[in-house]
Design a protein around this ligand. Structure first.
Ligand code: URA
Length: 425
């Protein structure tokens, strides 16, 4: 007979959990037979003492088995998905899904809402008038067959153990555990039933993983889980020390994504979109040139169809903030620091993000960067715009930016967008 206290004691004492203990504790927690305080203690013991690859694979399997796998019918194209560990200005899913669909694959992107300083993909798309996140399984399948791309809310029956455990980790200081993050992400992706998965694993101030070494460890753990479950998984290691692109905030990021889909947009967003598309198409076995397709604007009609299929009006004007304020350079020089966390926190305080699950976000709030790292600026030149419907949020946003966007004399430090090797199956 297994008890929660025995499982907690085992991990506290650095023992390896048995398959039976893992299966039991995840199922019993999902049913409500293991209390939140017991699971919190176990999560903390896992955070402190870790799990070996066999334990992580079993933990992931138990989380998948806590719910149903999404039984997607054959949609006539290979299914391939991507997941990002999250970052500031990370809107890549928005141009990427239509681009990969335009190249011939089908992309089932089941996404979440944002919590904390990184935005959620659904929050971004919900700034488009009429767009609907909740779809039935039939609607998802029909859209994949017709359009080739769907970005929608995850279904409640997909890995319910993770839903419960993630909410608990969020309030008990146990999010930053590599085995728990890896099993959380991979349980949802494996249950979704994609044929291939590309992971964008970020490191830097604006990411969960602060160092490239931690990101590599997380990437390797996720590729191992994917392989153990027969899911072809590739991981790309990318930088999140500066924001991605120039727009941070829901409607602002949609507008920037549309620029990219029309063949323009900031070079870092274009590059990362193309790199991830190349990896996804390689997994899907499709020989196409996504850089060419993106530059030609041929992915834009797929975006229009994807938004319209979910009730959105792709040509409707996006919400605009009632209050826009500029931050100007105090001196001439070069942008020597443009810190992702500082900009993410500022956007969050302006109303782009939420502090608690039940809070609403402002569609139009956020930060628009007018300059980037290494740009030369004059004294008094506008560096960025703060957008909000609640002007009393501006002082908090400015406080977050203090020391985060800095003009210096000398050359700016440089970190490439892609860091380290890509991990392939
Ligand atoms: N995203 C997830 O889905 N799970 C985690 O644990 C962390 C980030």
């Amino acid at each position: 007979m297994i008890s929660a206290v025995d499982v907690i004691r085992a991990k506290r004492d650095r023992e390896r959990l048995t398959d039976e203990q893992i299966d039991w504790v995840v199922a019993a927690y999902t049913r409500g037979d293991v209390a939140d305080e017991q699971m919190a203690a176990l999560a903390m013991a896992i955070l402190l003492n870790g799990m070996d690859p066999g334990e992580v694979a079993r933990w992931t399997a138990a989380m998948i088995d806590s719910g149903e796998r999404l039984a997607l019918p054959d949609v006539g194209r290979p299914l391939v998905d991507k997941h990002s560990t999250g970052g500031v200005g990370d809107k890549i899913t928005l141009p990427l899904a239509p681009l990969v669909a335009a190249c011939g694959a089908a992309v089932p992107q089941l996404s979440g809402r944002g919590l904390g300083h990184t935005g959620g993909t659904l929050d971004k798309l919900e700034s488009i008038p009429g767009w609907r996140a909740e779809l039935s399984l039939d609607e998802i399948a029909a859209q994949l067959a017709d359009v080739g791309a769907v970005i929608c809310a995850t279904t409640p029956t997909l890995a319910p153990a993770d839903r419960k455990l993630y909410a608990l980790r969020d309030v008990t200081g146990t999010v930053e555990s590599i085995p728990l993050i890896a099993s959380s992400i991979m349980s949802k992706k494996i249950a979704e039933g994609t044929d291939g998965l590309v992971l964008d694993v970020k490191s830097g101030s604006g990411a969960f993983m602060k160092t490239a070494e931690q990101a590599r460890e997380l990437a390797a753990a996720m590729v191992d889980i994917g392989t153990a479950h027969g899911l072809r998984t590739t991981a790309v290691l990318t930088d999140m020390s500066v924001p991605l692109g120039r727009a941070v905030g829901n409607a602002l990021e949609v507008a920037e994504s549309v620029e990219v889909l029309r063949g323009g947009g900031p070079p870092d967003v274009v590059t990362l979109t193309v790199v991830l598309a190349e990896e996804m198409l390689a997994l899907a076995g499709i020989d196409a040139d996504p850089a060419k397709v993106l530059a030609s604007g041929a992915a834009y009609p797929v975006w229009e169809a994807m938004i319209a299929a979910q009730g959105g009006d792709p040509s409707a004007p996006l919400p605009v903030a009632t209050h826009v304020e500029e931050l100007r350079a105090e001196r001439a020089g070069m942008i020597g620091r443009c810190d992702a966390l500082a900009v993410g926190l500022a956007a969050w305080r302006l109303g782009a993000g939420r502090a608690r699950k039940e809070h609403a976000v402002q569609a139009a709030a956020g930060v628009r960067l007018l300059v980037g790292l290494g740009d030369t600026v004059e004294a008094g030149q506008p560096l960025l715009e703060l957008h909000t419907d609640t002007p009393d949020a501006v002082p908090g946003a400015l406080a977050a930016l203090d020391g985060g966007v800095v003009v210096v004399d000398g050359p700016a430090p440089w970190r490439p967008a892609l860091i380290g090797d890509t991990l392939r199956p």
